[in-house]
Design a binder for this molecule. Structure first.
Ligand SMILES: C[S@@+](CC[C@H](N)C(=O)[O-])C[C@H]1O[C@@H](n2cnc3c(N)ncnc32)[C@H](O)[C@@H]1O
Length: 276
C-alpha cells in the first residue's frame, strides 16, 4: 500500500541494494509520523478535551513513531513493543541520535503485543495495518482486549486499515523516492478467506534490488468487522476517519475526518479511533 510519504528528488542515486539498510528504506517509504502526531493530537483533544502525553506503539518496528512522539512534546513519553530483535536493534541505534532528555522518555520492549503489559497509556497505536497479522475474529478480539489493558481509563486506541477495489487485485505499484524505488506487491489475494500476501521490494538506479525486503501475511479486515470487534473488546465510540480529496488531482489530501459514508474508490486508507 502506498502510504503517506512522497519524495521526488533523485539526490541519493548512490543507493544500491548492497549499501542500503532495508529498515531505513521502510521508514522513508511508508511512515508519515509527523502527520500521525498531528492526527492523534487533533482527534484526542477534540474527543477527550485534553492533550495526550503517553504513547504505546504496538508492532513498533524500529520505533520511528515513538521517536517522533518524544520529540513532538517535551512532556511526551513512548514505549514501543515488537517481537523482532533485529528491528529493535536498529531502533535502539536510532534512539542514540535523540537528546539525553528524549532518550529518557522512550523505551523499546521486545515481546508479543499480547503478552507485554505496560502502564496504561493515553494513546495505544497499531499502525501500518500490523494487527492484520491476526487472522481470526477470536485472535483479533484477544488482541483488542489485551490492548485495552494497556490503555489508561479515558485514553484511546488508534489503528489504521486499507481497502478499496485495488486491494483485491494482484499486482505491483511503485513510487520513486530518494534514490530508490519502493514497490508494493500484492502477491496473493483470497476473496474467500480474505487472506492476502503482500511484499515490499526496493529497487535501485544501478538495477540492483532488495526483493521481498518485507512480507506480510495478513487477513484483510473490513471496517465494520474492526469496529464491531473494538466494541466487543470494551472500547467505546469507534469512529472511522476518512481522507478528503484534493479537487485538482482527485488524490487524497491528507486530512482525515470522522465519517459514516465512504467512497467506493480504488484504494483508501483510514484511521479508526476508539475510547476506553
Ligand atoms: C508492518 S510492521 C509495522 C512497523 C511500524 N509500526 C509501522 O507503522 O510502519 C509490523 C511489525 O510487527 C511486528 N510483529 C508482528 N507480530 C507481532 C506480535 N505479535 N507482537 C509484537 N510485534 C509483532 C513485526 O516484527 C514487525 O516489526
Amino acid at each position: 500500500m502506498a502510504k503517506k510519504k512522497t519524495r521526488s528528488s533523485n539526490r541519493k542515486s548512490w543507493r544500491t541494494a548492497k549499501n542500503s539498510d532495508k529498515h531505513e528504506l521502510y521508514e522513508l517509504s511508508v511512515q508519515g509520523t509527523e502527520s500521525d502526531c498531528i492526527m492523534i493530537d487533533r482527534v484526542f483533544r477534540k474527543r477527550l478535551n485534553r492533550t495526550p502525553h503517553t504513547l504505546r506503539e504496538d508492532f513498533s518496528g524500529t520505533g520511528l513513531m515513538s521517536r517522533e512522539w518524544v520529540q513532538w512534546r517535551a512532556t511526551n513519553s513512548a514505549v514501543g513493543v515488537d517481537l523482532d530483535a533485529k528491528v529493535l536493534r536498529r531502533g535502539r541505534e536510532m534512539i542514540s541520535s535523540l537528546s539525553v532528555d528524549q532518550r529518557k522518555r522512550i523505551e523499546l520492549k521486545k515481546g508479543d503485543v499480547n503478552r507485554v503489559r505496560t502502564k496504561g497509556a493515553d494513546v495505544l497505536l497499531a499502525l501500518n495495518f500490523s494487527y492484520f497479522v491476526f487472522h481470526t475474529r477470536a485472535q483479533l478480539l484477544d488482541y483488542f482486549t489485551n490492548a485495552r489493558k494497556n490503555v489508561k481509563d479515558g485514553g484511546m486506541i488508534f489503528v489504521d486499515a486499507y481497502g478499496g477495489s485495488g486491494s483485491w487485485a494482484v499486482g505491483e505499484e511503485d513510487r520513486s523516492l530518494d534514490g530508490f524505488t519502493y514497490v508494493w506487491h500484492q502477491a496473493k489475494v483470497n476473496p474467500i478467506t480474505h487472506h492476502v500476501v503482500n511484499h515490499i521490494h526496493f529497487r535501485f538506479p544501478d538495477g540492483s534490488e532488495i526483493r521481498r525486503a518485507f512480507t506480510y501475511r495478513w487477513r484483510l479486515w473490513t471496517l465494520p468487522e474492526i469496529k464491531e470487534v473494538l466494541i466487543e473488546a470494551g472500547f467505546h465510540r469507534p469512529v472511522v476517519y476518512w481522507e478528503g480529496t484534493e479537487r485538482k488531482s482527485g488524490e487524497g489530501n491528507g486530512v482525515f475526518k470522522p465519517s459514516h459514508r465512504g467512497e467506493a474508490c480504488e484504494g483508501w486508507i483510514v484511521y479508526i479511533a476508539a475510547e476506553k
